[in-house]
Design a protein around this ligand. Structure first.
Ligand code: SAM
Length: 204
């Protein structure tokens, strides 16, 4: 069977309400990620969630007094239909990397998105050069990575192409993209789960 586009698979998931399982399943890791990133930002910041799914992280950011603007983008039509139905946020249907926002952001957040791209390390460069304000922060979390052995059969199980990199390869990608103060963390660790691999970096 031909390899499937991730965005088609996630549209099917949205129609089966499996976006809600991702929302609850990813919440602990995303809370850890936001707790790492937000204290590093100025007191009034703009944010974009890339691969936003049903938009739950955008709605969470909207509740923060310090966040004055939130945008979400995803390539799945059904996820964006849901995101728009669940709130009044600014959501865009777009396949990445062939879209870019009109403005730059203080915070770029993404959860469980990067490894679906053909060239995730090039996306890190695009984030750095074209999407991020000076002084801005990128925080990205992924559960499919070399050290998470339980995740290594996901490409076959879903019949979707995924980029499988190690923690050191992702870190090198962040540094090569131009980020400074790069930090690597594990978020949402619990029994039976080695944690979400989190990369965080700043643009000077
Ligand atoms: C595992 S889901 C995570 C969704 C959300 N971040 C969450 O935590 O619930 C990955 C999301 O990335 C989106 N995605 C994958 N490849 C994409 C691409 N090339 N362009 C835009 N979105 C993409 C999918 O449509 C899907 O909604």
């Amino acid at each position: 069977m031909a390899i499937r586009d991730a965005t088609d698979v996630f549209s099917e998931w949205a129609l089966k309400n499996r976006d809600e399982g991702m929302e609850s399943g990813h919440a602990n890791s995303v809370n850890d990620m936001l707790n790492l990133a937000i204290p590093k930002l100025k007191t009034s910041f703009s944010a974009i969630d890339v691969g936003c799914g049903n938009g739950w992280v955008c709605r969470k950011l909207e509740t923060l007094e310090t966040c004055h603007k939130v945008v979400g983008v995803d390539g799945s039509k059904e996820m964006i239909v849901k995101a728009k139905a669940k709130g009044s946020g600014d959501f865009h249907l777009a396949n990445l990397p062939s879209w870019k926002p009109l403005d730059k952001f203080d915070l770029i957040h993404s959860m469980e998105f990067l490894y679906y791209l053909q060239d995730p390390l090039e996306m890190l460069k695009i984030f750095f050069e074209e999407w991020l304000m000076p002084g801005g922060i990128l925080v990205a979390g992924i559960d499919h990575y070399r050290e998470n052995k339980d995740s290594l059969d996901w490409p076959d199980a879903l019949n979707v192409k995924m980029a499988t990199f190690s923690e050191s390869e992702w870190k090198r990608g962040m540094l090569n993209a131009g980020f400074i103060d790069v930090e690597m963390h594990r978020a949402g660790v619990k029994e039976g789960f080695v944690g979400t691999l989190v990369m965080l970096g700043k643009k000077l």
